[in-house]
Design a protein around this ligand. Structure first.
Ligand code: CA
Length: 218
């Protein structure tokens, strides 16, 4: 799962991106509204953490344009503007959630899991296709009688597949989910992770669609 963090404060930006990476997200961090807007046009991210007071373009403007363009990407606004009015504005403009600085990083992670889950059409905390289940808060995966703890990247890979059971994801799409811009991707990284998940849970958990990519069954 790849997150776009839009934050001009170095200290907060660093703390949030470290916490996100620790929680197995791929993170791209931009520091002004214009760059955020340009970046979001590529549609590479699965959620946005958006500060409002930003250089070049205000976060509210970024959000307004994003929704006007029809994007449904989950957006959590993080801001120091704690007035009730700006919260209502943010939600009216299409934010999915709202956090006021200073916030607890664990709360941010929990809210992020919740908006991503709702986006995938699942309200329950466990992500499942009816056979394999994944708990995003603990990185535990359950299949038949086995419960295993996946590594951060293995978790991110299975998470990407389980968000859309029945849909084939290509190598490129999986890499996009798993790695930020600044990260070097080894050519066999995806194969390596798939091998790891299969070894822990069973080979049948992830299906290889020859020449196309991988999927979990619906
Ligand atoms: Ca700011």
């Amino acid at each position: 799962m790849r997150i776009l963090l839009v934050e001009d404060d170095d200290m907060i930006g660093k703390a949030v991106s470290v916490a996100l990476k620790d929680a197995a997200y791929a993170v791209d961090w931009v520091k002004d509204g214009e760059t955020a807007e340009r970046t979001l046009k590529y549609g590479e991210h699965q959620a946005v953490l958006l500060d409002l007071g930003l250089p070049k373009r205000d976060g509210m403007d970024v959000l307004r344009h994003l929704r006007k363009a029809g994007s449904r990407i989950p957006v959590i606004v993080i801001t120091a503007r704690d007035g009730v009015e700006s919260r209502i504005n943010g939600l009216d403009l299409g934010a999915d959630d709202y956090l006021v600085k200073p916030f607890d990083i664990n709360e941010l992670l929990a809210r992020l899991r919740a908006v991503v889950r709702r986006q995938g059409g699942q309200a329950a905390p466990l992500l499942t296709n009816g056979r394999v289940s994944l708990d995003p808060s603990t990185h535990k995966a359950m299949y038949q009688d086995a419960t295993v703890i996946l590594s951060a990247r293995e978790f991110a890979l299975l998470h990407a597949l389980l968000l859309h059971p029945g849909r084939i994801l290509t190598r490129g799409q999986l890499e996009e989910h798993l790695y930020g811009w600044s990260e070097e991707v080894e050519s066999n990284a995806v194969d390596f992770l798939i091998h790891g998940v299969r070894k822990k849970l069973g080979a049948e958990v992830i299906k290889n669609v020859r020449g196309a990519g991988w999927m979990v069954e619906k």
